[in-house]
Design a protein around this ligand. Structure first.
Ligand code: BES
Ligand code: ZN
Length: 600
């Protein structure tokens, strides 16, 4: 190995995986598993095509909480020895499997633990239909290893096929080619022909039905939810067309959605070919569909060109937020997209305040060594990343920037990139030695410096300026019911609610609630923002709704701020603990890890 190579490998080293891909790397997975709802266990085998690059005597996989039963090498399944290394609470255990220089295939027989953090096993009561159990996985960031022994690094890609056995009355779907109907044997076959990183491995099993939306798009949901979902996401096909117009052909054949039960811990997860989405965006007015634009955008930024390590997370999310807003602008105009930018900016301000503007975690390029990547993945990557790209766009003009990003995606398609890969590409393809431009772009200030750089220009929105005007007239004494709020979207309402002062009287809260029915809003963004005020100001009329919200919704982005607000006072803390005791069984491990820490 030359010094140059080893330096490059140091830069791209993934501190969250035990795998040693420069020695022996998996290239294809044949997964064959059984889904046992009774015992909450997946069992079966993961058979890998591997490449032994250095003639090493062992290949290393990541595992966490897996029971490894047997290992084999070769097509004729010759038993081989294996051992598990010392467990680490966050990273799990390396699995060393003995191989030979000419070994091309490794098969691992294993079973998962009922506590596997990627898996949420729901009982029928926790589903929309209340008749059947439900299972879904969440692999990002480093949880794939809790349900598959795998080289669990975003710098490694595999193709896969899978055979999954489930109870006959349920349908299985994966981040792969999918069935659209149940089969009486409950055996489903999948194939993902494009190489993907491990965090995009995904499986869900439930009483699911499929509805076509466009030629390339459709929705999977429980029968009780499919109608509402088909209405809400009717524009997904248009989004796909708009996205292709900006960054070129969609590379994954189909784009479908899977609408999950409300305990899904995220808004959405960009599992390739099949985005997983929370039902909390079913607002009946298509107001929260930027989430779909976001997950769709990941089909380019993230799934096609992938952050090589979690320290480079902004390459996934910053690009995706930027692209999401471009798609929304294309479909609904600049005025609409501007509202999203301002809301995003508010989130960014909030995160900067929470972390402290000089916290190293507010740099785009992160250093998460020795930590759970989940702790360091914040709004910084999303919004600061987005504003950095907007800043470059403004410096060179949209046309030039679009050509540049198109070339970036084409150049690194189906590969992983690191912050340096992108920055070098930026220098060679866009800056091209233009010193004035380099200074303007200010890579150092944006990527390696905490907080926001001096040259940052905050976004603004004309529609929000009107909201602010309306808000001021309320402050000056115009009664709520007389305010000019006609035709407001949920974004305008959200902005209005975020403008409310910290301290409010019962009379003010009652007045607003009576005029605008916030407590009974069907829009979960509006509800969550409103509850922050009702908690802070002890507005008891919202307590029942708050409790119902916290016991059904499992989306961490909503839960964390609400619980944080609750525990600010001793009475609030008592309330929080009581609600949490009831609600915790409904939450995914991804959420309980965070909340256990917060509420301990
Ligand atoms: N890939 C993320 C979700 C994620 C990030 C899971 C890090 C685990 C670790 C997904 O694309 C996402 O960003 N979801 C957002 C929605 C989006 C509109 C900002 C969410 O879930 O809130
Ligand atoms: Zn995302």
């Amino acid at each position: 190995m030359t010094t140059e190579q080893s330096a490059a490998e140091m830069l791209s080293e993934d501190v969250h995986s035990f795998a040693r891909p420069s020695e022996a790397v998996a290239t294809h997975l044949d997964l064959n598993i059984d889904v046992d709802f009774g015992n909450k266990v997946l069992s079966g085998q993961a058979a890998y095509q591997i490449e032994n690059k250095t003639g090493t005597e062992e290949i290393v996989f990541d595992t966490r909480g897996l029971q490894i039963e047997q290992a084999f090498v070769g097509d004729d399944m010759e038993p081989t020895s294996f051992r598990l290394g010392t467990p680490d609470e966050v990273l799990g255990q390396p699995l060393f499997v003995k191989i030979k220089p000419d070994t091309r295939r490794v098969t691992i027989k294993y079973r998962t633990s009922p506590e596997a953090a990627a898996l949420q096993w729901l009982n029928p009561q926790q589903t929309a239909g209340k008749q059947h159990p439900f299972l879904f996985t969440q692999s990002q960031a480093i949880l794939a290893r809790t349900w598959i022994p795998i080289q669990d690094s975003p710098g490694i890609r595999i193709t896969y096929s899978a055979t999954v056995q489930v109870p006959a009355e349920l349908l299985a779907v994966m981040s792969a080619s999918n069935p659209t109907e149940k089969n009486p044997r409950g055996v489903y076959n999948f194939e993902m022909r494009q190489p993907i990183p491990s965090y995009l491995m995904a499986l869900s099993v439930g009483d699911l039905t499929f509805r076509e939306i466009g030629p390339q798009t459709g929705i999977y949901a429980e029968p009780a939810t499919i109608e509402a979902a088909a209405y809400e996401f009717a524009e997904m096909d248009k989004m796909l067309v708009a996205a292709e117009k900006i960054y070129g052909k969609y590379r994954w054949d189909r784009y479908d959605l899977l609408v999950l039960p409300p305990s899904f811990p995220f808004g959405g997860m960009e599992n390739p070919r099949l985005t997983f989405v929370t039902p909390t965006v079913l607002a009946k007015d298509r107001s929260l569909t930027s989430l779909i634009a976001h997950e769709l955008a990941h089909s380019w930024s993230g799934n096609l060109v992938t952050n090589g390590t979690w320290n480079d997370f902004w390459l996934n999310e910053g690009f995706t937020v930027y692209f999401e807003r471009r798609i929304m602008e294309e479909l609904y105009g600049k005025e609409y997209a501007d509202m999203l930018q301002v809301l995003g900016y508010q989130d960014l301000r909030h995160t900067l305040e929470e972390l402290g503007a000089d916290s190293p975690d507010t740099r785009l390029k992160l250093d998460l060594e020795g930590r759970d990547p989940d702790d360091g993945l914040t709004d910084i990557a999303y919004e600061k990343g987005n504003f950095f790209l907007q800043h470059i766009e403004k410096a060179v003009g949209r046309e030039r920037f679009d050509a540049f990003v198109n070339k970036y995606f084409a150049t690194y398609a189906f590969q992983s990139t690191y912050t340096d890969t992108f920055l070098n590409f930026l220098r060679s393809e866009l800056i091209q030695g233009d010193a004035a431009l380099a200074e303007k772009i200010n890579i150092e200030g944006w990527v390696y410096t905490p907080g926001l750089p001096q040259d940052f220009v905050a976004p603004s929105s004309d529609r929000f300026a009107k909201v602010a005007e309306t808000f001021r007239s309320w402050q000056k004494g115009v009664p709520a019911e007389k305010l000019a709020t006609q035709g407001w979207s949920s974004h305008e309402w959200l902005h209005f609610i975020r403008m409310l002062p910290e301290d409010m009287t019962q009379q003010q809260l009652t007045e607003l609630d009576k005029a605008f029915h916030f407590t009974t809003s069907g829009n979960n963004e509006v509800l969550a923002a409103w509850f922050l005020h009702t908690i802070r100001n002890n507005y008891a009329s919202a307590d029942t709704a708050l409790q119902a919200f916290l016991t059904t919704v499992g989306r961490r982005k909503f839960l964390v701020p609400l619980y944080k607000q609750l525990i600010k006072t001793p009475q609030g803390k008592e309330k929080a603990l009581a609600i949490y005791a009831k609600a915790r069984p409904n939450y995914h491990a991804v959420a309980t890890v965070t909340l256990d820490e917060l509420l301990k």
